[in-house]
Design a protein around this ligand. Structure first.
Ligand code: HEC
Ligand code: HEC
Length: 393
């Protein structure tokens, strides 16, 4: 019996290895014909793009797929174009800033300032948001209602529903980039590398504002951060509730504290936030009304987007106005500083029915443990990934 099946098996192996080599060969051919020699020479005058097509395909680890997250489908040529646009200062009116001026890869695509500087030196109204997991928003919500009945959109007040919409607002914003999108499309026609990159991305050289936005969206959607030490623990344990064997005792204690005090909004598995927007008790009176600046509803005053905490150790300062310099300050806010605003979220009130803000009464060791746990969410592979790096020479 064994002997009889042997030829079959070896036949199958032969067939498999044959298919594999022919697949490999196809791939090499596709890569080779990505740019003609002439096109590549033009690109090389300005850009450090690889001659071969870079893959932006996203593979989610099992534990993230277990959570029902959809995998964003990325078009490689469009993401490559989006990468160039993201780093190109010509997207601003006076060629002074690019998206990357306020979204630095080494800071998980956030900025280290409380408010960022726009094209004309004016400060943005809010703290730059990290972009390391925006596709998680997009793919898990798709603009509709989530499993938890909450939708989640873009910006601190969630005024944009897609990255294309967000980018339209950002590029045309009088403080941020100050550029009319139609003027931008006309400006890019004269830049030698764009006709080539648009041709690869869309099949012809025509540059339109919609294509610009689509390409930027494609690139930003490919920012999926899944390689933190937290993810390593999740991939072994499949849920966040047991102690992780790759964590220190302090990190495991921090994880437990996080699950009991923070995960009801920020989530325990870091796949998507549980609550889309909330008032977390920063002030009794808000200078910036947050979501209420869009809805004009007093119930929305002081409500802001519940941010993703992936790579949070890299994205100081914290909150919509960058008021806290360190994670320790953030933990102290939740420990002892939550204000009793009328819209304060019920999860941050104590359960004794007195309608007062909750005090966590953490000791020093526990505060350090929470900070240590937040540090396990850093994904160094993501911030070192050359596919997301500045392509300009
Ligand atoms: C001048 C600084 C600046 C520039 C330039 C800039 N951004 Fe931003 N970005 C910000 C700030 C500040 C916020 C938060 C603004 C708010 O919520 O009101 C933000 C928010 C975002 C968000 C929302 C993230 C979330 O989780 O909701 C995305 C996506 C984004 N920016 C992408 C881009 C892209 C793409 C570009 C280039 C087309 C760009 N940004 C250019 C400062 C900037
Ligand atoms: C009621 C929901 C809720 C709970 C519970 C909650 N948060 Fe938040 N968190 C928010 C909201 C909303 C913001 C943004 C507020 C703002 O900027 O105005 C925020 C912001 C943060 C930030 C800053 C993020 C950034 O990008 O600047 C950190 C860090 C953070 N929370 C950690 C925690 C920790 C740690 C706990 C538990 C001790 C916790 N949160 C509990 C809602 C919540």
């Amino acid at each position: 019996m064994k002997i009889k099946t042997l030829p079959l098996i070896s036949g199958a192996i032969l067939l498999l290895s044959f298919t594999l080599t022919s697949c490999l060969k196809d791939e090499v051919d596709v890569k080779k014909i990505h740019y003609t020699g002439e096109e590549f020479a033009v690109l090389q005058n300005y850009l450090n793009l690889p001659g071969e097509r870079e893959s932006y395909q996203v593979t989610l680890p099992d534990h993230m797929r277990d959570m029902g997250m959809a995998v964003p489908q990325i078009n490689d040529a469009r993401a490559t174009l989006g990468r160039v646009l993201f780093y190109d200062k010509q997207l601003s009116r006076n060629n002074a800033v690019s998206c990357a001026s306020c979204h630095h890869q080494e800071l998980a695509f956030s900025d280290d300032k409380a408010k960022s500087e726009g094209f004309d030196g004016e400060l943005t109204l809010r703290n730059s948001l990290a972009l390391a997991s925006v596709a998680n928003f997009e793919s898990s919500y798709g603009g509709g209602d989530s499993f938890f009945g909450q939708r989640s959109f873009f910006f601190w007040d969630e005024r944009a529903h897609t990255i294309a919409e967000q980018s339209t607002l950002t590029i045309q914003d009088d403080i941020e980039m100050g550029m009319d999108l139609d003027v931008l499309a006309a400006k890019l026609v004269d830049v030698p590398y764009y006709p080539i990159l648009f041709q690869k991305a869309f099949g012809d050289e025509v540059i339109t504002k919609d294509r610009v936005l689509q390409a930027v969206q494609e690139f930003v959607n490919s920012f999926v951060s899944t390689n933190s030490r937290f993810d390593k623990g999740m991939s072994v344990h499949r849920n966040a509730f047991s102690d992780f064997n790759n964590f220190s005792p302090a990190e495991n204690l921090g994880k437990t504290l996080f699950i009991s005090n923070c995960s009801s909004c920020h989530s325990s598995d870091m796949s998507r936030v549980v609550e889309a927007i909330a008032n977390n008790g920063l002030d009794m009176e808000y200078d910036d009304p947050g979501v209420a600046s869009i809805t004009y509803n007093e119930w929305d005053e002081g409500k802001f987007k519940v941010p993703f905490l992936r790579n949070i150790a890299l994205t100081a300062p914290y909150m919509h106005d960058g008021r806290f310099a360190t994670l320790r300050d953030v933990v102290e806010h939740y420990n002892s500083g939550v204000k009793n605003h009328p819209n304060l979220d019920f999860r941050l009130k104590n359960t004794s029915g007195l309608n007062q803000p909750k005090r966590l009464n953490l000791n020093e060791e526990e505060k350090d443990a929470l900070v240590a746990f937040l540090g396990t969410l850093t994904d160094n592979q993501f911030i070192d990934d050359r596919r997301f790096a500045d392509p300009f020479k």
